[in-house]
Design a protein around this ligand. Structure first.
Ligand code: NDP
Ligand code: GDR
Length: 371
C-alpha cells in the first residue's frame, strides 16, 4: 500500500515541488486548492490526472484553511498518513494590509487542521508538518539564527506564524501527536510568486533587457536574506516526517546576501553591470557596462529606483540561518548555490519575456506588469 499525503497550499511554489517529489516516491498525493475565479493550478498542471481514470495518484479537493468544515471533511475522506500544512497568506507586506485574514488563515488555520486530526481520532496515524518561517526571528536576537534563538516577530504574518509554531509544539506535547515545525529560511525558484523580491527582480531584469519595461522599483535594498532553492528545501519537509521522534528544524544555507547584490547578480546574467549611486529613497541602479547581445539597454540608463511604497512598517533587516542540526540529524545539506539559483530564475524569466516580446512585435500588446 502506498502512503497517503495531504498537502495544503498545493497550488503554491512549495506545494507544487512537494507534490511532484512525493509522487516520485510512490505516494498517493491529495491537495487542497481554493476556489478562485480564474484557474490557479498553473504550477501543478503537469501533474494533473483525469478524474475519469481509475487509481489516480494525484487528487485535488476544494477547501480553505479558514473553513473547518472543509478541512474535517477532506481529512476524514483521505485518512492521510502525512499532512503538510503549506497553505498561507504568505506575503509579509500584504499581511500589514490584511492582518485579520492572515491571522485566521496562517495562525488559526494550523489549529483547525490539528483539531481535525484530533476530532477524527487520527492522532496516532497522521503526522503533521507545519511550514514555519525565519520571519519568526524578526528583530534579530542572535546571528546566525538556530532552533534555540528567541523569536521576535515583526509583522502580522510573523505573529500568525508564531501562533501556528507554538500550537504545533503544544499538540505534540499535549496529545503525543507526531507534529513538527520546519523553520525554513527564504527559498526561491523559477515558480516563485511574482511579487516576492527575487522573482520580481529576475522578471523585471529580463523584461528590461528586452525593452518590455523601463525600470525596476524596489523597497529596502539593504535587507539581508539567506536564500536557498525551493527544490532543495522540499526534501527536508518530507525527511522531518520520517524520523522516530518529531522535532523542529531550521533549514537554511548559512550564506547571506543583500537585495542589492541579488539585483547585481541577476543583471550580470544578462550582461548588464550595474552601479548603485545615492542613498535611501534617492538610490538608483545605473547601467555601467553592457556585454553580449542579450540586453537592449545603454550605459547610463537608470534601470533600478527606490519606491518607498515598498518599505514595510517594521522591517526584518537581517536573516542568516544555522542549519547544523538538520545537517547532523537528517544528513541534509543544500545543493544549489545562490548564483546557480539566480541563473536558473533569470533564464526562465528571460524565456518568458522573449515570448512576450514576440507577441508584442506581432502586433499584440504584451501584458505590462510592474509590481
Ligand atoms: P505560496 O504563496 O507560493 O503558496 C501559498 C499556498 O497557500 C497557495 O497554494 C495558496 O493558494 C494557498 N492558500 C493561501 N491562503 C489559503 C487559504 N486560506 N486556504 C487554503 N489555501 C490557501 O507560498 P510558498 O509555497 O512559498 O510557501 C509555502 C509555505 O511555507 C507558506 O506557508 C509560507 O508561509 C511558508 N514559508 C515559505 C518560505 C519561502 O521562502 N517560500 C519560507 C518559510 C516559510 P492560491 O494558489 O489559491 O493562492
Ligand atoms: P520575505 O520575502 O518578506 O523575506 O518573506 P520578500 O521577498 O517579500 O522580501 C525580502 C526582502 O526584500 C525586501 N524588498 C522587497 N520585497 C518585496 N516583496 N518587494 C520589493 O519591491 C522589495 N524591495 C525590497 C523586503 O523588504 C524584505 O526585506 C518570504 C515569504 O516567502 C514568507 O512567506 C516567508 O516566511 C519568508 O520569506 C521566509
Amino acid at each position: 500500500m502506498s502512503k497517503i499525503a495531504l498537502i495544503t497550499g498545493v497550488t503554491g511554489q512549495d506545494g507544487a515541488y512537494l507534490a511532484e517529489f512525493l509522487l516520485k516516491k510512490g505516494y498517493e498525493v491529495h491537495g487542497i486548492k481554493r476556489r478562485t475565479s480564474l484557474f490557479n493550478t498553473d504550477r501543478i498542471d503537469h501533474l494533473y490526472e483525469d478524474p475519469h481514470v481509475d487509481n489516480r495518484k494525484f487528487i485535488l479537493h476544494y477547501g480553505d484553511l479558514t473553513d473547518s468544515t472543509s478541512l474535517v471533511r477532506i481529512i476524514q475522506k483521505v485518512q492521510p498518513d502525512e499532512i503538510y500544512n503549506l497553505a498561507a497568506q504568505s506575503h509579509v507586506a500584504v499581511s500589514f494590509e490584511e492582518p485579520e485574514y492572515t491571522a485566521n488563515a496562517d495562525g488559526i488555520g494550523a489549529l483547525r487542521i490539528l483539531e481535525a486530526i484530533r476530532i477524527l481520532g487520527l492522532e496516532k496515524k497522521t503526522r503533521f508538518y507545519q511550514a514555519s518561517t525565519s520571519e519568526l526571528y524578526g528583530l534579530v536576537q542572535e546571528i546566525p539564527q538556530k532552533e534555540t534563538t528567541p523569536f521576535y516577530p515583526r509583522s502580522p504574518y510573523a505573529c500568525a506564524k508564531l501562533y501556528a509554531y507554538w500550537i504545533t509544539v503544544n499538540y505534540r506535547e499535549a496529545y503525543g501527536m507526531y507534529a513538527c515545525n520546519g523553520v525554513l529560511f527564504n527559498h526561491e525558484s523559477p515558480i516563485r510568486g511574482e511579487t516576492f523580491v527575487t522573482r520580481k527582480i529576475t522578471r523585471a531584469i529580463a523584461r528590461i533587457a528586452l525593452g518590455l519595461q523601463d525600470c525596476l522599483y524596489l523597497g529596502n535594498m539593504s535587507a539581508l536574506r539567506d536564500w536557498g532553492h525551493a527544490r532543495d528545501y522540499i526534501e527536508m519537509q518530507w525527511l522531518m516526517l520520517q524520523q522516530d521522534k518529531a522535532e523542529d528544524f531550521v533549514i537554511a544555507t548559512g550564506v547571506q546576501y543583500s537585495v542589492r547584490q541579488f539585483v547585481e547578480f541577476a543583471a550580470a546574467e544578462l550582461g548588464i553591470t550595474l552601479r548603485f549611486e545615492g542613498e535611501g529613497d534617492q538610490e538608483v541602479g545605473i547601467v555601467a557596462a553592457v556585454t553580449g547581445d542579450r540586453a537592449k539597454v545603454k550605459v547610463g540608463d537608470v534601470i533600478v529606483k527606490v519606491d518607498p511604497r515598498y518599505y514595510r512598517p517594521t522591517e526584518v533587516e537581517t536573516l542568516l540561518g544555522d542549519p547544523t542540526k538538520a545537517r547532523e540529524k537528517l544528513g541534509w545539506t543544500p545543493k544549489i548555490t545562490l548564483p546557480e539559483l539566480v541563473k536558473e530564475m533569470v533564464e526562465s524569466d528571460y524565456t518568458s519575456a522573449k515570448r512576450d516580446a514576440l507577441v508584442k512585435m506581432a502586433g499584440f500588446q504584451a501584458y505590462d506588469y510592474h509590481e
